[in-house]
Design a protein around this ligand. Structure first.
Ligand SMILES: Cc1cc2nc3c(=O)[nH]c(=O)nc-3n(C[C@H](O)[C@H](O)[C@H](O)COP(=O)(O)OP(=O)(O)OC[C@H]3O[C@@H](n4cnc5c(N)ncnc54)[C@H](O)[C@@H]3O)c2cc1C
Length: 208
């Protein structure tokens, strides 16, 4: 039995670890678009606040730890298509070489894409423009490089969910003056809504 997992973050790695735990005879291959399997995405804001340093400390497990569990890691490998009938996954390596991987079972753990939130042109902008999305280690390195090279004094953070707030705190700790934008009247509105639903007595935080 050959299980292939696409994605090397929480979903992909936990699938691979659990499969090997339940049945060590299962062959497991994890296909990861970048070179950073099993990194703590949740810890990224604490890397920027310098509470977690160096960046390698964000790894839950090293590459060697993961391979020691018996899984096969295909890093810098992008899954591009699935042929369900022949049970083959097409992948593209960093050098552009295409190949296929046969599987018995396939798990797709490719995560979510950051929302452009209806901001026109956002999908055309990137780190070179001083505009950053934060989702991956690649995004993390790009923002760190920008901060080092440009030494900005101010930042605008769009969104006041927990990621936005954690980043506001991190950049403030680094000496930037942060302006946070939130479309509604409350920060952490997801939590407030959930508090309303489950407890009936919401906590309110107003933006000024
Ligand atoms: C800054 C930040 C802070 C967060 N803090 C918290 C927190 O404190 N607590 C909490 O519970 N959650 C937090 N989250 C959310 C949490 O990180 C996600 O819920 C979690 O990472 C989702 O894991 P996932 O495996 O589903 O997807 P992701 O972490 O998005 O991983 C997707 C994986 O798929 C790979 N991939 C994508 N496309 C392909 C492809 N075509 N081929 C091969 N590989 C591919 C990527 O390289 C990556 O390895 C935070 C998220 C962010 C961005």
């Amino acid at each position: 039995m050959h299980l292939v997992a696409i994605g090397g973050s929480d979903a992909g790695i936990s699938t691979a670890l659990r499969a090997r735990e339940l049945d060590p005879s299962v062959d497991v291959t994890v296909v990861v678009a970048d070179a950073y399997p099993n990194f703590s995405i949740c810890g990224i804001p604490y890397y920027f606040s310098r509470e977690v340093q160096p960046w390698q400390s964000l790894a839950h497990r090293t590459h060697a730890d993961l391979e020691a569990t018996g899984m096969n890691l295909r890093l810098d490998t992008l899954a591009t298509s699935i042929d369900v009938d022949s049970r083959r996954l097409t992948v593209r390596d960093a050098d552009g070489t295409e190949s296929t991987i046969p599987y018995d079972e396939l798990m797709v753990g490719t995560g979510a894409a950051p929302s452009t939130a209806g901001i026109s042109g956002l999908d055309q902008l990137g780190p070179d423009d001083g505009v950053h999305l934060l989702h991956s280690m690649g995004d993390t390195f790009a923002l760190e490089k920008y901060l080092d090279e440009h030494q900005p004094e101010t930042a605008i953070i769009v969104g006041a969910g927990y990621v936005g707030l954690e980043m506001a705190e991190a950049l403030t700790v680094r000496g930037l003056q942060v302006t946070q934008l939130q479309r509604g009247p409350e920060v952490l509105s997801g939590y407030v809504n959930s508090s309303r639903t489950h407890q009936g007595s919401p906590v309110r935080t107003h933006l000024h």
